[in-house]
Design a protein around this ligand. Structure first.
Ligand code: KG4
Ligand code: ZN
Length: 337
């Protein structure tokens, strides 16, 4: 039976300062997300030091806003869950220090959550009856992984990117096209009016690791194309570039996800991470999976990008299983799953 414990979740691993209050693992009472997109936009990417400083300014008001929205106070909270890695270490430390402060002051259990795991848990918030085991494709600006979630807190990494993350490749090409940051949504929008077959882009395969991804080749091929066109003084058809890149990225993601489902016998694929907001990815994966009797689960876009509700959801299941962290918990930039 689902419990009623109330978890305060905190997420500051990159450029979103977020605090959430979740009851019984699945009921979101508040999910406040303060994005720093405007702060980093003029640099074309996240500037770590600026991100940390902004988190310091925002963490207290964001937590207060979440409690206010939930109509609760610190005394109603049963445990504090926080992202402890991977991510920008200075940014992670802000949320972690805050979480430790609350837990210590109130004598509450502290729950450390891996960022990739948190993204996977967004699916449990979106789909009330979803329980592990299931396969998850986690695609964000920092990660691209195929994970078999065997049980709560038990993950098997089946494949990962050996270089750029999918979102990173989209963001870098978007920057070169002058589309601003973050690039993924801009590429998606532009791709609607482009020809996905205009550019012949490579589809990289990682030798001996068929479930691994590599996106640096496709990114470099696009950047080389842009340079060549500029040198020749020819105009770039940005929509065609966006559509071709999106097609190449979505092809790689769908192909590996279905291969992983085949090799593990999974009948459910849960999409996670910021790139999971991409409609082309959602539609193509759903269509191709349906032919094989595989269900694709997709959280709403607001739960795909970084948010603290997914952290609190994971925290609830960790609390139930006694996976609490010591108050000495540290932030780890490259924390393995
Ligand atoms: O999960 P997330 O918010 O942060 C990380 O943990 O990285 O993901 C951010 C990434 C960025 O690369 C952004 O460009 C990408 O997700 N993204 C998208 C879309 N929305 C966000 N990529 C493609 N299509 C979208 N609609
Ligand atoms: Zn993320």
């Amino acid at each position: 039976m689902q419990g009623t414990e109330i978890i305060l979740g905190i997420e500051t691993s990159c450029d979103e300062t977020s605090a959430a209050v979740v009851q019984g693992g699945r009921k979101i009472l508040a999910n406040v997300i303060s994005s720093q997109v405007d702060l980093h936009a003029e640099y074309g990417g996240v500037v770590p030091e600026l991100a940390s400083r902004r988190h310091v300014e925002l963490i207290t008001p964001v937590v207060r806003a979440a409690l206010r929205e939930a109509d609760l106070s610190f005394s109603d909270i049963n445990a504090v869950a926080v992202t402890c890695g991977p991510g920008l270490v200075g940014a992670l430390l802000v949320g972690l220090s805050y979480a430790k402060g609350v837990a210590l002051a109130r004598g509450l259990p502290l729950l450390g959550v891996h960022h990739t795991a948190a993204h996977i848990y967004a699916n449990l918030l979106a789909t009330p009856d979803l329980e592990p085991p299931f396969l998850s494709l986690v695609v964000s600006g920092g990660h691209t992984s195929l994970v078999l979630m065997r049980d709560h807190g038990a993950y098997e990494l089946l494949g990962r990117t050996v270089d750029d993350a999918a979102g990173e490749a989209l963001d870098k090409v978007a920057r070169a096209l002058g589309l601003g940051y973050p690039g993924g949504p801009a590429i998606e929008k532009l791709a609607r009016s482009g020809d996905p077959e205009a550019l012949q882009l490579p589809r990289a395969v990682v030798r001996d690791h068929p479930l691994d991804f590599s996106f640096s080749g496709v990114k470099t091929a696009v950047l080389n194309h842009l340079n060549r066109m500029r040198q020749r003084g020819e105009e770039v058809n940005k929509a065609d570039v966006a559509a071709s890149l999106q097609r190449a990225v979505v092809d790689a993601l769908t192909e590996r996800a279905l291969a992983a489902a085949r090799s593990t016998g999974s009948k459910k694929i849960a999409l996670a991470g910021g790139v999971a907001a991409n409609r082309e990815l959602r539609t193509r994966l759903k269509e191709q999976a349906a032919c094989k009797g595989i269900e694709v689960i997709v959280p709403p876009a607001i739960l795909c990008t970084d948010n603290a509700a997914m952290v609190a959801c994971a925290g609830y299941y960790y609390l139930k299983r006694g996976f609490t962290a010591p108050y000495t918990l540290n932030a780890v930039a490259n924390l393995p799953l």
